[in-house]
Write a protein of this length. Structure first.
Lengths: 191, 191
DNA sequence: TGAATTTCTTAAAGTAGTTCAATTTTTAGT
DNA sequence: ACTAAAAATTGAACTACTTTAAGAAATTCA
């Protein structure tokens, strides 16, 4: 289990024995029950969460009291309100498990020690954020360039298992559509 | 002029004399004429561009042959197709000056040297990308949570000078709206 | 300065998706 | 196994914006 995160990081940067040991010592692991929260709006984000197994979702509450899912956290992905974590400000986000999940946690109080003792860790996170940022620009681009229906199809093609697994209303929220519309799209596809 | 980028970086990480000198030696400066390109689709992104003065825009071509602006580069901001730069793949983006601009450039061939000789530079870019990523998630959130008209008003409130300065059709593109709709919004506001 | 080009404005028609609401199906819990 | 709750389906009415198109205004360029 711990090997998962070390192995993942090791794909980006070389880690010597001492550095690996330090990570093993400092990183916490938690099992989160379905619907369990790692972050709630109004609280400061306490750490960075790496999904080992299961699935998390990050969402905000809209004015009309409904939830807007901003991103999912699949295995191998990080999820966190980075601004809240870095600045110690209350978050507007919720981070919740959509199913029983296991996460590796770098607590806020531990991260600077890790960065100073493992300098290449900054490089790892720079690469991670660079990719995440690029992906989010692509997401914005798709939002403006193709229809909601096409975005659904593209997403279903890229993540077929995920689309099968999560509730339709969550998928709709994440894509900025309504569950009713997803039903219409899916009914069309069956003809 | 060179002092601008060094000063900016110095707000995030400490740089010693040798490191500052190295940056001065390796970073290039270019004056870009209005409408001049720094990147064109089909080409590999050759460097990271930091806007000293002026304004850049990053856009893709839609299927219908129109342009979709994904982001602007204002003074103090970085702009680049990071995936193209890191992987050496042809970009789908264009980066163009909307007015005469001055940019500081970290060429692709120079960046690894800088990262290895100035380890904290990775930290600087990690922080930059973390902020950019957080801002892009906020942008996605706004896209789904409030109307296009409200997004226009919020943007105009946050960047009043910018909104005055750039052509309406570019602003519309960036916000995922039409120029006609911006005209309607602005006409409403005058009553 | 004048002409060409670009940008903006305006209005009407159109549309991609939403809202609302009721019913059906599926899931969860005891 | 049964019930309650949650999720999905369906269809009709609605709407936030887009598309189309023409004319006016502003900008650019030689």
């Amino acid at each position: 289990m711990q090997k998962d995160l070390l192995h993942h990081i090791g794909k980006f940067i070389p880690l010597n024995e001492a550095e690996q040991q330090l990570l093993v010592d400092r990183i916490r692991y938690e099992k989160i029950p379905k619907k369990g929260f790692l972050l709630q709006a109004g609280k400061v984000c306490s750490g960075r969460f790496f999904v080992i197994s299961g699935c998390l979702r990050q969402y905000v509450m809209k004015e009309n009291e409904s939830e807007q899912i901003i991103q999912f956290g699949l295995p191998g992905w990080w999820i966190c309100d980075h601004r809240s974590l870095e600045n110690g400000e209350p978050s507007e986000y919720y981070v919740q498990a959509t199913e029983v999940s296991e996460v590796a946690i770098i607590d806020a109080g531990v991260q600077e020690e890790l960065f100073s003792k493992i300098p290449l860790l900054e490089r790892y996170f720079r690469l991670i954020f660079q990719r995440a940022y690029d992906a989010s620009l692509t997401r914005i681009s798709l939002e403006y360039c193709i229809s909601g229906e096409e975005r659904y199809h593209q997403f279903a093609k890229n993540f077929p298992d995920f689309v099968q697994k999560i509730p339709q209303y969550m998928l709709a929220s994440f894509l900025g559509l309504t569950p009713e519309f997803i039903s219409i799209i899916r009914a069309k596809k069956k003809r």
